[in-house]
Structure formats: C-alpha cells, structure tokens
Design a protein around this ligand. Structure first.
Ligand code: DX5
Ligand code: ZN
Length: 217
C-alpha cells in the first residue's frame, strides 16, 4: 500500500522545508486538497496551487490532485500545467454521466490518470460503470472539507465492496481512501484492499515524518 501525504494543514512559513522533509521521509505522493469554497466551505484554491507549484520545482514525487470543487474542468486546466500524476474529481460535482465521461476523457487526453471520488453517503452503484474507464476510485472516509476528522467505518466498507467488484470484473482499477487514516485505523484500511491511503494529520502533526510513514506502511 502506498501513502499519499495530504499537505492541507502544512503551514506557509516552513512549507518548503516540510515538502523537502516529506520527500526524504518516503511519501509516495503529495496529496493536494483543492477546495473552492462552494463544493465545500473552505477555499484552498490559491494555497494549494502555490504549494503544488513549489513541490513541482523541488521534487520528483508525483502529485495526487483531489478536486473538491463544483466546476472540475476549470481546475483541471490549471493543474495540467503542473503535470500531476493523478487528478481526482467528485461524482457529486457532475450533472450527468455524459459530463463524467467527458471529464475522464479530457484528463486522459492530457496524459494524466483520471480518478473519480465519492463522498461517504454516495452509493457505490453510482460509479460502478466508470470502473473500467478510470485509473482510480477515491473513497472518502470522512465528509470532505477538513483534515483531522474520524474515519467513518461504513464508508470504508464501500472500499471493500468496490475492491470485490474490481476483482470479479478482472479490472486493475486502483482504490484510494481519504480521511481519518492514522496508526489506529490503518489496519482496517489495509483489510479493505486499498492501494493508496491518504494521510494528513497522522503525518504532518507527527514529530518524525519518516517514522510516521513507516508506521503506516
Ligand atoms: C478532506 C481531505 C483529506 C484530509 C485528510 O476533505 O480530502 O485529504 O485532509 O486529512 P486527515 O488524514 O487528517 O483526515
Ligand atoms: Zn483529499
């Protein structure tokens, strides 16, 4: 299982040092939480773009961009110039299945891996048809909006279900879980057959990033 470190709660004054230290500590991805103040209350659009841009200049670790925004297309265009590895948009932000397919194709055409995310209350039946079309499904295990929340076990069950479907359909779609992942919950996350676990506070608030990542892995 790979670890994607959410940099949502990194403070501005020492951000560059923190990014450098996260790379040294062995994070597999930098998870960029883009919030537009509409899809969720908080607006991190400027801060996250600034952070992602800084990381792009100092590191080769791939960017894992999580768009919690009402208008994915607008933000995808902005992030494409930073050549991220993965761009995830939300099922709930889209008006129709046609729009979802259009966004998936747009991300793919630009050489980036597309992923779709579902909030804790969204049923997995909504995204099953897209499994063969996307690189990854991001299962939110907290309500999107802020870091440091408690993992919702029922949401994690959905990751397990999706993993079973992927296996039965012989697909190779990745599963990412995001929210409330820490050393107490990581065992249950692993049991859900997750490929990438996002961790914010569990790493950023730890005294030693390397130990924190090692412990999660
Ligand atoms: C929540 C974000 C998550 C979150 C993770 O809206 O998408 O990436 O910040 O933070 P922790 O690991 O602290 O729950
Ligand atoms: Zn996230």
């Amino acid at each position: 299982m790979e670890i994607s470190t959410s940099i949502l709660s990194v403070e501005m004054e020492n951000a560059t040092t923190v990014f450098y230290n996260l790379e040294t500590a062995g994070t597999d991805y930098f998870h960029i939480d883009v919030m537009d103040g509409k899809f969720v209350e908080r607006d991190t659009t400027e801060l996250m773009y600034d952070y992602a841009n800084t990381i792009k200049h100092i590191s080769n670790i791939p960017l894992d961009v999580h768009l919690m925004v009402e208008n994915p297309k607008e933000h995808i265009d902005k992030y494409l110039s930073l050549e991220p590895s993965i761009i995830t948009f939300h099922y709930e932000a889209c008006k129709s299945n046609e729009e979802i397919i259009e966004i998936i194709n747009y991300i793919k055409q630009n050489g980036v891996k597309p992923a779709i995310s579902i909030k804790p209350n969204t049923d997995i039946s909504k995204i099953i048809d897209f499994l063969p079309l996307v690189y990854m499904i991001l299962v939110m295990t907290v309500e999107p909006g802020k870091g440091g929340q408690k993992l919702i076990p029922e949401a994690l069950e959905k990751a397990k279900e999706i993993s079973k479907t992927i296996e039965s359909k012989k697909l190779d779609t990745y599963i990412e879980v995001d929210g409330g992942v820490n050393k107490e919950t990581i065992e249950t996350v692993k049991k859900a057959n997750v490929d990438i676990a996002v961790a914010g506070n569990a790493i950023i608030l730890a005294e030693n990033f390397k130990e924190a990542i090692k412990e999660l892995k």
